[in-house]
Design a protein around this ligand. Structure first.
Ligand code: UFG
Length: 322
């Protein structure tokens, strides 16, 4: 049985579905502060805060073999306002979870990490051995959690894989689950809001970056490709007695303007685009070099930006009244 913390959230729910389709048994632990109970359509569900000592009840009830840990706060902007909240939930509570895992002899752990651990890297594409210099409390909370995992693994009888996601996007092709943040801050769902008429326009946060069209460049990766990487990482932990860290991206960068143009193409809707100030804490370019996970685990992303936007658009139309 795999315990999935945050399995009622966006990436966790997609991974839960993928694990189920691959034949794994799962139990989702989520306190529903960000997630949705109706996103847990597969396996078991337990409403707990992963940081609470009561979590032991879940380890008593189920025979847990490993933990995939999605539960975390992940808004860069909020982390700048409330750094302690990120330190406590993302780092301190994870330490508590590791302690409980030790007590129950659970030795496999996968962390949702982030490109934000790199900060503003000098070299693009970014490899895993790039210096870690997070520039916001969210990135820092994941950075110190990775360090704690390294120490835990050094004690023995415990292995982890840290997956550094670039920009997760797109949705389940069956539209059973999808992306639904409140408030929404991510580019693609916001652009689709403009396409569907829920917003008057989309604002580009800065067009004076040192990039070909002046807007920020990101590496968008389909959430199903992320889900697939978690399965491969879990199999790796089952078969190899070692820990590892991998980037997860498509290896291709798209500017904010290019993403907006793709959304216009896919939706066949036109809408106004305005330029606003830069958003604090946004690096100009983040593009992954994911060759390490390709070589080590045979993972390769399947979906390109058009498929990412198309799947997000189908979901968006379904939830337009939510
Ligand atoms: N953007 C706009 N207008 C908007 C929203 C976003 O121009 O209305 C721009 C941002 O400035 C950025 C790009 O679109 O350049 C992507 O922004 P997102 O908010 O969609 O994603 P981020 O790159 O900021 O954040 C993602 C994850 C974080 C993670 C970070 C790593 O959501 O959890 O990548 O840098 F920390």
């Amino acid at each position: 049985m795999i315990l999935i913390t945050g399995g009622a959230g966006y990436i966790g729910a997609h991974t839960n579905k993928a694990l189920h389709n691959a034949g794994y048994e799962t139990v989702v632990v989520d306190n529903l502060c960000k997630g949705y109970e109706n996103f847990v359509k597969w396996g078991n569900f337990e409403n707990y805060d992963f940081g609470s000592d009561d979590l032991r009840e879940v380890f008593e009830k189920y025979d847990i073999d490993g933990v995939i840990h999605f539960a975390a706060f992940s808004s860069v902007a909020e982390s700048v306002e409330m750094p302690q909240k990120y330190f406590k939930n993302n780092y301190r509570n994870t330490i508590n979870l590791l302690k409980i895992m030790r007590e129950y002899g659970v030795d496999k752990f996968i962390l949702s990490s982030t490109a934000a651990v790199y900060g503003n890297p000098e070299k693009i594409p970014i490899t895993e051995d790039t210096d870690l210099k997070p520039i916001n409390p969210y990135g820092h909370s994941k950075f110190i959690t990775e360090k704690a995992l390294q120490r835990e693994a050094e004690k023995g009888d415990f292995n982890y894989v840290s997956l550094r996601y670039f920009n997760a996007a797109g949705c389940d092709f069956d539209c059973e689950i999808g992306e639904l943040h409140d408030p929404e801050t991510h580019l693609i769902p916001l652009v689709l809001d403009a396409a569907i008429g829920k917003r008057d326009c989309i604002y580009i946060f800065g067009d004076d970056y040192d990039t070909p069209d002046g807007t920020c460049i990101r590496d968008y990766i389909h959430v199903n490709d992320l889900a697939d990487a978690h399965i491969k990482a879990y199999e790796y932990l089952c078969n190899e007695n070692e820990s590892n860290i991998f980037n997860l991206g498509n290896g291709e960068g798209y500017s904010v303007r290019e993403v907006i143009d793709m959304c216009k193409k896919v939706t066949k809707c036109d809408f106004e685009v305005k330029v606003d100030e830069r958003r604090e804490g946004d690096p100009a370019i983040l593009v992954a070099d994911s060759s390490k996970i390709n070589e080590k685990l045979g993972w390769k992303p399947k979906y390109d930006l058009e498929e990412i936007v198309s799947s997000a658009w189908e979901w968006h139309k379904k939830i337009k009244d939510v």
